[in-house]
Design a protein around this ligand. Sequence first.
Ligand SMILES: Cc1cc2nc3c(=O)[nH]c(=O)nc-3n(C[C@H](O)[C@H](O)[C@H](O)COP(=O)(O)O)c2cc1C
Length: 342
Amino acid sequence: MIRRMRGVIPESPMLNLNGTTLASNLLLSPIAGYCDLAFRLSIRPLGGLGLAYTDLVNPRGLLRQTVKSMELIETEPGDRPLAVQLYGHEPEIMADAARWCTDHLELAAIDINMGCPVDKVCKTNGGSALLRNPELAARLAERVVRAVDVPVTVKMRLGWDESSIVAPSLSAALEDVGVAAITIHGRTAAQAFRGRACQDGIARVVAAVRRIPVIGNGDVRSPADALAMMRRTGCAGVMIGRAALSDPWIFRDTHALLTTGRVPPAPTLAERLDFIRTHFEHSLRIRGERRACITFRQRVSWYLKAIGSFPAWRDRFRGLSSAAEFYALLDEFPQTVHLSRE
Ligand SMILES: Cc1cc2nc3c(=O)[nH]c(=O)nc-3n(C[C@H](O)[C@H](O)[C@H](O)COP(=O)(O)O)c2cc1C
């Protein structure tokens, strides 16, 4: 059955980054430790996704080619289009790292993180700490723009705290130095993940720039949320993070809603179990059995939550210690259950 939304007018489904057109205006958030290569390879074939990002990468680590940095930027031909996200505060180092990435990888964009509120990142004056120094933030972005020949985008929060909302003026300054798009998470750094993302704050960023696209982010949990955010704020696209971790079809469904006014039928149980298997297989191939099992102790429980309430099964997956056990559990999983989204 096709689920219809009343009164939906198709929105523009594409996004233009300095002349590069993305097939959809829906972006997968960087979520450190979660939206890795295995997840990206699994979610892309479901459709609707316009651009995905690596987790945030330390440019100094990348220039030293540390094991961790090389893992973070690991990609494959099926993982396109892709942006590498860098965090830091040193214009030259950021520019060198960005150039290294574009020399070695096929990238749609380089993204600069100006939103991460985590101590470890802010202590290095990177992430959202840049919001406290907009002049440096603009200079750094300008240096990166000059260093590479792919679009440079910036992901930021509204400001450091309520008393210093700099996103509108900083976005205008970043547009002036050649940044191709702004993603704005509608919270301050001080808020971390508390409260609700402020849509009026996103709208103020949309109003502040002249021509570059602004991508809204924060608390989009359904296709209807994405449409509402675009309508309320005027943003050109939407970035979705946490919701995709339990509902990987959210991009397919949102794209369908934006282009046709309809949301396709919810995935069947067999499709959901297939997705879990595919994601595990990518993890197994890329990271090996031990790490795949550790990752899936948690990931399966999120996927199962979208299917229904399965506390006993979640406990069984939580003890996962081998690939053979994973496949046996998946085969044993009841093949007929009530799906919570249907
Ligand atoms: C565990 C975790 C890790 C994150 N890692 C990153 C990151 O590496 N880079 C980044 O720009 N944002 C990061 N974010 C923020 C998300 O990209 C996104 O802005 C935020 O979760 C709000 O969107 P959502 O409500 O759709 O999840 C992270 C968020 C979480 C919860």
